[in-house]
Design a protein around this ligand. Structure first.
Ligand SMILES: *Cc1c(COP(=O)(O)O)cnc(C)c1O
Length: 410
């Protein structure tokens, strides 16, 4: 959905240049049909099993992005009351919402119980007790899956691995059975499932097979104790191509996992975030200045780490391309933003077609954890977001104004 046609960079059937000239830069641009294709790919891969795909809203929580997936039939995985608000506003059915996170507040629990969400992914015994108490006061039953920390290596960046013992997530596997046994005694808890999420940007099926094997073993042990679960949620984490990675497709994943699940009366849940939206979005920025400094050449652009934090946070790679394809010379450059931090960069020592002053550059694969992680650091208003659909496009979030920067302040 993002390709060069007649040497001009397009999103679906729209020239990126046309959008940028009307909306200005920096701007995030998403492809609606790429998002839909990603969802369908995942959904159809697991057609032979009862399953529900709960899009991890934190990857990109824009209302129009979320609505696109809600209308297509996805559920959603939320991690805060704010995300519940967004999920409901964008049309996700409450019965398709799961609530993850190690630190849910009582207010958030009440909000979710009132909304009637599918279930809470509970991450500690204390959380379970508080949820029981909150549900009791409301005379409700909270459906629950317990999140286990399976101690599985996801083979990814240490900041985005979540299924190892040293990570804060889930309940230690040695205590899991006891937690379920205790949970069974709680009157306002309905034990519904088992959940795990081992990390992000996973590029092989191996960790998933390992995880599923561990989880099924727990399901069997629990069944022996008289605890029969209905759902098994293996989280998100499926990787995408940023550079040269070759992650498994959902089809590959299904081929590896489906045989393990035959004949089991379980509904399988997934919580993919990055996979759904990562390659469905770009960030377009304008070159302000170029400068030579000894050995180095810097290309200074009008987007910055506040708009897209992944390079600064994770040393993440994002491909960068001008909006026109031509025969110009390539140069090794650092692409950097205007923020007063040395970590404010998009590429280091990268060979790209040397851009002109004022030219636009597209930073690719920016649809996940891009805008969602953006801030106003350095008092930079958050950028606009656009969604393309065939030959049409529209602004799905207005560029913030200077007034937005000080709203609510005294
Ligand atoms: C972040 C997160 C996800 C989504 O991860 P991706 O790598 O974007 O697929 C899913 N589940 C939980 C609990 C998460 O915290």
């Amino acid at each position: 959905m993002f390709t060069f046609k007649r040497n001009q960079f397009q999103v679906e059937d729209v020239l990126v240049r046309d959008i940028v000239e009307k909306v200005g830069t920096p701007v995030y641009i998403y492809s609606k049909n790429r998002i839909l294709d990603n969802f369908k790919l995942f959904d159809q891969a697991f057609n032979s099993l009862p399953h529900l795909i709960c899009y991890a809203l934190k990857a990109n929580s824009n209302l129009s992005v979320a609505r696109t997936l809600a209308v297509a039939g996805a559920g959603t995985d939320i991690v805060s009351g704010g995300e519940l608000y967004r999920a409901l506003a964008s049309g996700f059915r409450a019965k398709k919402i799961v609530f993850s996170g190690v630190g849910k507040t009582k207010d958030e629990m009440r909000y979710a119980l009132r909304a009637g969400i599918l279930m809470f992914n509970v991450e500690s015994s204390e959380e379970l007790n508080v949820l029981n108490e909150v549900a009791g006061v409301m005379k409700k039953k909270a459906r629950v899956a317990i999140r286990v920390n399976p101690n599985v290596e996801a083979d990814t960046h240490h900041h985005i691995t979540t299924g190892k013992q040293e990570n804060k997530f889930g309940i230690h596997k040695n205590t899991l059975l006891d937690v379920y046994k205790n949970a069974k005694k709680l009157h306002n808890i309905e034990l519904h499932g088992l959940q795990a999420h081992i990390g992000s940007q996973i590029t092989s099926v191996k960790p998933y097979v390992e995880l599923l094997t561990i989880l099924l073993d727990f399901i069997d042990k629990l069944a022996k104790q008289g605890i029969v679960l209905k759902t098994l949620d293996i989280g998100g984490g499926l990787g995408i191509t940023y550079d040269k990675e070759v992650p498994p497709t959902p089809q590959d994943l299904a081929l590896a996992l489906t045989p393990l699940l035959r004949e089991r009366p379980l509904t399988l849940l997934f919580e993919p975030g990055r996979f759904m939206v990562g390659n469905s979005g770009i960030l377009v920025t304008q070159v302000l200045y170029r400068k030579e400094a000894g050995e180095k050449t810097f290309v200074i652009v009008d987007a910055a780490m506040n708009d897209l934090a992944r390079p600064a946070l994770y040393d993440a790679y994002h491909e960068i391309t001008p909006l026109v394809q031509d025969r110009r010379a390539q140069r090794v450059v650092d692409v950097v933003g205007p923020i007063c931090e040395s970590g404010d960069y998009f590429a280091r020592q990268r060979k790209i077609p040397f851009p002109k002053c004022g030219e636009y550059l597209a930073i690719l694969s920016a649809g996940a954890y891009g805008f969602a992680m953006s801030s106003q650091y350095n008092s930079r208003p958050r950028v606009a977001e656009v969604m393309a659909d065939g030959k049409y496009w529209k602004i799905i979030r207005k560029r913030e104004s200077l007034k937005d920067l000080i709203r609510g302040e005294k």
